[in-house]
Design a protein around this ligand. Structure first.
Ligand code: PLP
Length: 398
């Protein structure tokens, strides 16, 4: 008999949007309020102050009613002028899309190539900047956690590399799949513009994004000549001072944001990061036991929020994802670029824990068998053994 219903909760193991916790759903599920009234202003101020604690900044954070792509645009148009050179690092699909956007705005991106299996190399950035003796490069743009490949980059080391080269370029960092999941320190690391999104570590539905700023970014705003209207920082900052927005913001999402920020602090940000590190390691233990290859080829770039897994030659990763969805009600992330169809991604971020990750790994091991992908059984056991040992010597922070 055909069935049109998949019982039980769907395992949404894509690396974002992530499952929205019930508490956040309930916070969003409220009557519409006047977005020019006092109740809204109180909530908006809470959201605007709260999001600073997640970015770890004392500078303004802009909240856009737009997806992460809008916040990419906000970062570029508020700081740069047509013809400006920018240094971008080809870590994967998202870095490539950001570069294409820069080209549409008549910027001149210089692209440090990679094979999409590593993060950004600080030494390569330093060497590139040293050659720019005329200081024509106005910004270095890095994706902190390249969601398409599961490779993360060391932002503090990149800051040091820019300083070592004595280069005045702005540092722009895409934190869309790291914010609220992996350690990020906007002020301490000297980032000028950070780009964030609601739908990953912040556990919210898609449709809201952020620009965290620095004093240097606000200076660059004054001379930037790229056209800006919806994404203009000045209008936002002025209105935000009194708890309002230049237009009708996503009022319900702001209520959800206040709730999700509260949840992250209740757990403790360091505990949130330790949980993601632990779950990432559990997934990698399973993958290595299965004898499959992790796309990220250097452990120093391993992402704590997403792992991309290559299937052996002759096995179609998209067909594998289809089998897993049909039989085990689980969704994985797809693959991109030259390796499209050759890998799938397990997201391990957001409102997830050891038990949900074990469920996902069990589904994956069953799907590997069903799809006829050669692997050594027992990856689930390897992950469980690791999690038990991690809990026996917990890294929880008081
Ligand atoms: N940057 C990264 C690292 C992402 O993972 C994504 C989306 O997954 C984006 C940018 C684009 O964000 P959005 O799809 O919200 O526009």
């Amino acid at each position: 008999q055909n069935s049109s219903r998949a019982p039980g909760r769907h395992f949404l193991q894509i690396p974002g949007p992530t499952p929205v916790p019930d508490r956040v759903l309930r916070a969003i599920d409220m009557p519409i309020i006047d977005h020019r009234g006092p109740e809204f202003a109180k909530m908006a101020k809470k959201a605007l102050e709260g999001i600073k604690t997640i970015f770890k900044t004392s500078n303004p954070v802009i909240i856009y009613t737009a997806t992460g792509t809008g916040a990419w645009e906000g970062a570029l148009v508020n700081t740069l002028s047509p013809g400006d050179k920018v240094l971008m690092i080809e870590t994967g699909q998202f870095a490539t899309l950001w570069k294409k956007m820069a080209e549409k705005f008549d910027l001149q991106p210089e692209f440090i190539k990679t094979d999409w299996r590593v993060g950004a190399d600080p030494a390569a950035i330093e060497a590139h900047l040293r050659q720019d003796t005329g200081k024509e490069i106005k910004a270095v743009c890095v994706v902190h956690n390249e969601t398409s490949t599961g490779c993360a980059s060391d932002i503090a080391a990149i800051r040091k590399a820019i300083d070592a080269a004595g280069h005045p370029a702005l540092l722009m960092v895409d934190t869309i799949s790291s914010l609220g999941s992996a350690d990020y320190r906007h002020d301490e690391w000297g980032v000028d513009v950070a780009i964030g999104g609601a739908q990953k570590g912040l556990m919210l539905p898609p449709g809201m994004s952020f620009n965290a700023l620095s004093p240097k970014a606000l200076e660059a705003y004054k001379t930037s000549k790229l056209p800006k209207s919806f994404f203009d920082w000045a209008d936002m900052i002025n209105m935000n001072k009194v708890g309002f927005f230049p237009y009708t913001p996503a009022t319900l999402m702001l209520g959800g944001l206040v709730e999700s920020i509260g949840m992250l602090h209740e757990e403790g940000l360091d505990n949130v990061f330790a949980r993601h590190d632990r779950l990432g390691e559990a997934v990698r233990r399973a993958v290595k036991h299965w004898g499959l290859e992790i796309l990220c080829r250097d452990p120093k770039y391993y992402s704590s929020t997403v792992t991309a897994i290559l299937l052996p030659d002759g096995h179609d990763a998209d067909a594998f994802r289809g089998i897993a969805l049909e039989h085990f009600n689980i969704s994985y992330g797809a693959s991109f670029g030259a390796l499209a169809g050759k890998y799938f991604r397990i997201g391990h971020l957001g409102d997830t824990n050891d038990t949900t990750i074990m469920g996902a790994l069990a589904a994956t091991e069953m799907a590997l068998s069903l799809a006829g992908v050669p692997h050594k059984k027992g990856g689930v056991q390897a992950a469980m053994d690791y999690l038990v040992s991690a809990h026996a010597t917990p890294a929880r922070v008081a």
